[in-house]
Design a protein around this ligand. Structure first.
Ligand code: PMT
Length: 402
């Protein structure tokens, strides 16, 4: 399911050059299933047309208190009541000042003053305006009143100067919106540790042993858990997947040894753990300090077993922590997965087989079977990794009574 399905988002757009990004923001919110309505200030109309925003949001745009053509009243009260979230992006220093002092001289501010839903703002302004004590003070006051501030990014500004003040990018604003709704999600207050991606075991300074894991499955689980309110730590091998979410912290590692050391620090605190990484079972016994030359006709590497992280976690987790492992198999799938579930003291194992088309490494889909420690076996059809992640978290919530 889309992360913002059924949510009503009232987008306030104010007079900043960053208003052009509100078109992309509306698209991104709608893509995640939200219904969007827009209130603009008069000044915002100079930066982006109401027609553009009306077309993208599929709703008429409200600017004035009433329609001068026919006298139709734009009720700020009903707009405020309709919204599950009032998001003002971009918000100018001027509008923040009015929000603080209650200068209700436009429809957006009257809507803000009567809204009962959470309010978030994404400031956009020049670096010196942003650094000005009155801006800082106004933001602190808004924060103290519960307004969620989406900090601007640093970079090139419309003035040509470089610094902090650029409105955050639309996809990142969507992640903040997801986090706001996640605060009342089913996993709010829970801590989750996830391993993801491959590990790389160095042979010499230029070569390593690895596998085909892309990290897609582990990161999809992290995103889903974060959207349900969990505070997620992802200990991740080298991947190209990008995930920004205010509830997610990524701890990058390279080798199985590094992954083990990083995980150890989070296990005691975790309420839920998902070990999705494809960890190398063997590492190179003696890494060469210099690039190995191809002088010999054959070359033997001595490998030594890595620490089995799952088995260590299974033996050392505190009681009450729900532990999920994965099994990637090529043959005797069910039997092998059941063996791993038991040997590693897991509460649940997610089996995916290299025999199934569209399952396992790199694909955007997966086909899983979930086996729980009570012997229950659930077979799922091929789904997107996003959907699979939701199935896995559903099952973990059910089995752990989270
Ligand atoms: O990253 P993607 O491209 O999206 O692919 C997803 C995936 C195929 C990597 C994922 O779905 C998956 O199956 N991950 C586990 C792969 C694996 O290493 O399975 P395994 O059967 O070898 O290991 C069993 C369990 O022990 C796993 O939870 C694994 O994380 C863990 N393990 C293994 C070895 C080791 N040294 N330490 C471990 O913790």
């Amino acid at each position: 399911m889309a992360s913002l399905a059924g949510k009503h988002i009232l987008l306030g757009v104010t007079g900043s050059i960053a208003a052009y990004k509100s078109a992309m923001l509306i698209r991104a919110l709608v893509k995640e299933g939200a219904e969007v309505r827009v209130v603009m200030t008069e000044m915002a109309k100079h930066f982006i047309t109401p027609l553009t925003l009306a077309t993208l949001s599929k709703n008429p745009i409200a600017v004035e208190f009433y329609n001068p053509e026919n006298g139709d009243w734009n009720s700020h009260v009903s707009l405020g009541l309709w919204a599950d979230l009032l998001l003002i992006a971009p918000v100018t220093a001027n509008t923040m000042g009015k929000m603080v002092t209650g200068v209700a001289d436009n429809l957006l501010i009257t809507t803000y003053l009567s809204a009962k839903c959470p309010v978030a703002v994404a400031p956009a302004m020049d670096l010196d305006m942003y650094k000005h004590p009155s801006t800082t003070e106004n933001m602190n006051i808004l924060r103290s009143r519960g307004v969620y501030i989406i900090e601007p990014a640093s970079g090139e500004l419309a003035s040509g100067l470089d610094g902090k003040g650029r409105m955050e990018e639309p996809e990142r604003i969507v992640a903040h919106v997801e986090a706001i709704f996640a605060a009342s999600g089913t996993l709010a207050g829970k801590k989750m540790l996830i391993t993801a991606g491959p590990t790389c075991e160095d042979i010499d300074p230029v070569r390593y042993i690895t596998n085909h894991s892309s990290g897609k499955m582990g990161y999809a689980i992290a995103h889903e858990a974060a959207n349900r309110g969990a505070e997620v730590t992802v200990v991740s091998g080298p991947v190209n997947v990008e995930l920004f979410h205010p509830n997610v912290k990524i701890v990058p590692v390279k080798s199985a040894g590094e992954m083990f050391e990083a995980c150890k620090g989070f296990v005691a605190d975790a309420d839920m753990i998902v070990l999705c990484a494809a960890v190398a079972d063997f590492t190179v016994k003696e890494r060469a300090d210099r690039k190995i030359k191809r002088e010999k006709s054959d070359y033997a590497l001595t490998l030594t077993p890595t620490q089995d992280i799952a088995a260590w976690v299974g033996a050392n987790k505190r009681s009450g922590t729900f532990l999920t492992g994965f099994a990637l198999e090529t043959n005797d799938e069910l039997e092998n997965a059941k063996g791993k579930l038991k040997r590693k003291n897991l509460d649940m194992i997610v089996l995916n087989s290299m025999q199934d088309a569209g399952a396992g490494f790199r694909t955007d889909t997966n086909k899983i079977t979930i086996i729980t420690s009570d012997g229950n076996v659930d077979v799922y059809p091929l789904k997107t990794k996003k959907q699979v992640a939701a199935d896995i978290i559903d099952k973990m919530e059910k089995c752990s009574n989270a």
